[in-house]
Every structure is written in structure tokens, then in C-alpha cells.
Design a protein around this ligand. Structure first.
Ligand SMILES: [Zn+2]
Length: 323
């Protein structure tokens, strides 16, 4: 769900780089003859993704009729771009390291490139830069080789879609032992129905409710002891002060870290916990703190848990939509 700049490499340049070191003259000529088709395919893809009409593209137009041609186009990616030491690998690395974290889930570390339209069915797009989206391995696996069957099934494309700063995600604390958060897409009224449907589909395809819920549970468990000690030593006011101070600290840190992280200079695993926590801060900590502070100010114990007591943030989920 994180927007990215469109890659600077053109479809033609990338294609040429990938086939530049083929020693077999027959294969080289075979692929050189397909260059214009690949460039045209990439242009058609760009137009379709902007128009949310990827589902209407005919795979037959994006795959050569000859099986050998098809196989060689797939090798352009697997053997001439993704493989270490091959001519296309520098472009692969550049695309892969552009974002600080996976733009599809906005949480995990980028480990690969995902073909927005699967190369198996759209072989002419196998090395088209705009069809190659940096992704974590989980998102890559969850999407698999699927192509959209209708406009509502077109997942958010980081190069072409930008959801802006408007809030579209809501959470609800389920106060039981242990407490957990339920996340759902709460689309703003300014969004078109199609965009709302696409975001909900994206949220489902990549399992984001489960991902955010699991991470929130871990975070809740991590702060439980500190909150309890504040309550024991200073009462409700101490807990309020602790939570508000912690929230402010997270906010400052998030603002401080945003530019270096977005610069994408590092995707090392050592950064990942920080990235994870910043994402959690935005999605969980602030609404959680607001809940706890309100609860305390109404004279209620923040650590008590009643299975029947639920406190939500934003409208309650539309159970039909989230089912
Ligand atoms: Zn991901």
C-alpha cells in the first residue's frame, strides 16, 4: 500500500541489457526479434494499469505463440536478470532495494520482485520494469501467479496507485485475555467504489488483517508489564502519563526516521525491527493509547479484561464486507 516512484529504466533498455550477453546466436536473434513486441507490451500494460483495465488484457497478446520464444522470455528474468552475476541483475537489485520495506504489506522486508501480471501468462512482460514490484517473500507467495479477473481484483500497484494520507484502516480492541486487535478496511467516503473494492481485495489477498493483528498482539504483550507497574506504583494518572509520553516518543521517532527510511539506502535485516515498530506505531500504538487513556479517565482499570466488553476505533466493521 506504499506508493513508489516509477522505475527510471525503460522497458527497451532493460530488455536489451538482459539479452546482451547471450552467446547462442540463434537465441540472441530470436529474442532480439521480440524486442519491439516486449516494448509494446509494456506500454499496453502501463496504459491498462492506469485505467484499471488489466483484467481486460488478453494474455494471448502478451505471450508469443512459439513455445521456445516463450521459454526464452521467461529466462530473461530467471537466468538473465534475477540471477546473481547476470547483466540484468543490477537493475533487479536497484528495483528491489528502492523501498525500505515491502510496499504491498508495508511491513516486511523486501526480498524479491513480484510480477504484477504473472510472467507465466504474460511472458512479454517478464522484465518490464513497471511490472516488477519489490515485495517480501510472503506477499509474493500469497499473490502467486494470479491475474485479476475483474477490475475489483486489481491489487494496488505501488508505481501507479497512491492512497494518500487519508485514513482507510481501522482497528478494534477485543478486550479478552489476551487482548488482541482486529483490523479492517474502512474506506473513506471520498473514495470511488472501485478503489474501495480494490483496497479491500488487496487487504484480503495479502492477509493484512492477520499480519497486523499478529504484530499488534506481540506489541501488546511487550508493553503489558510496563503498564501494570505504572498502575501499581502511580495509579491511573501514572499510566496515562506513561502512555502519552510513550506515544509522543514514538511519534517523534517516526517523524525523525521517515526520511532516512524512505530514502531506501538500507534494506538490511538489522533495520527491520525498527521498520516494523514504526508501522505498528501508526496502526496500533496511537489508537491503543487513546483507548487506554480514555478508559482511565473514566475511572476504569486499563488492564481489566471483560470478554463482553469491546471498544472500537472508528465505525464498527461491516461484517458482510469483511467476511
Ligand atoms: Zn509484503
Amino acid at each position: 500500500m506504499r506508493p513508489l516512484q516509477i522505475p527510471g529504466h525503460t522497458a527497451r533498455d532493460t530488455y536489451r541489457v538482459c539479452i546482451s550477453r547471450i552467446r547462442d546466436g540463434v537465441v540472441q536473434q530470436r529474442l532480439a526479434a521480440l524486442e519491439d513486441d516486449a516494448v509494446d507490451a509494456a506500454a499496453s500494460f502501463d496504459r491498462a494499469v492506469r485505467a484499471t483495465s488489466l483484467h481486460a488484457l488478453d494474455p494471448m497478446v502478451f505471450a508469443p505463440g512459439d513455445q521456445e520464444d516463450h521459454n526464452e522470455l521467461l529466462k530473461n528474468y530467471t537466468q538473465r536478470m534475477a540471477k546473481v552475476g547476470t547483466p540484468g541483475r543490477p537493475i533487479y537489485d536497484e528495483l528491489r532495494t528502492a523501498p525500505p520495506r515491502c510496499p504491498l504489506c508495508d511491513h516486511r522486508e523486501v526480498t524479491t520482485l513480484d510480477h504484477h501480471l504473472p510472467k507465466s501468462a504474460f511472458a512479454l512482460l517478464s522484465v518490464a520494469p513497471t511490472n516488477l514490484v519489490p515485495a517480501c517473500s510472503d506477499c509474493n507467495k500469497m499473490k502467486n501467479d494470479t491475474a485479476p479477473g475483474c477490475a475489483e481484483e486489481e491489487t494496488i500497484h505501488p508505481y501507479f496507485d497512491n492512497l494518500g494520507d487519508v485514513q482507510w484502516l481501522s482497528a478494534q480492541v477485543i478486550e479478552q485475555a489476551p487482548a488482541f486487535l482486529r483490523f479492517w478496511v474502512n474506506t473513506p467516503p471520498t473514495w470511488a467504489d472501485l478503489l474501495a473494492a480494490r483496497v479491500r481485495y488487496h487487504f484480503d489477498v495479502f492477509g493484512l488483517a492477520a499480519l497486523y493483528g499478529a504484530q499488534a498482539s506481540t506489541l501488546l504483550a511487550g508493553i503489558r508489564g510496563a503498564v501494570r507497574r505504572q498502575l501499581e506504583t502511580g495509579g491511573a494518572e501514572a499510566v496515562c502519563a506513561f502512555l502519552e509520553d510513550l506515544a509522543g516518543s514514538w511519534e517523534e521517532w517516526g517523524e525523525h526516521r521517515s526520511q532516512p527510511l524512505d530514502a531506501g539506502s538500507s534494506s538490511g535485516s538489522g533495520l527491520q525491527p525498527l521498520v516494523l515498530l514504526r508501522g505498528l506505531h501508526r496502526r496500533l500504538i496511537l489508537p491503543l493509547y487513546r483507548s487506554k487513556v480514555q478508559r482511565l479517565r473514566h475511572g476504569r482499570d486499563p488492564l481489566s479484561a471483560s470478554p463482553r466488553c469491546r471498544r472500537g476505533f472508528g465505525p464498527r466493521p461491516d461484517l458482510k464486507k469483511s467476511a
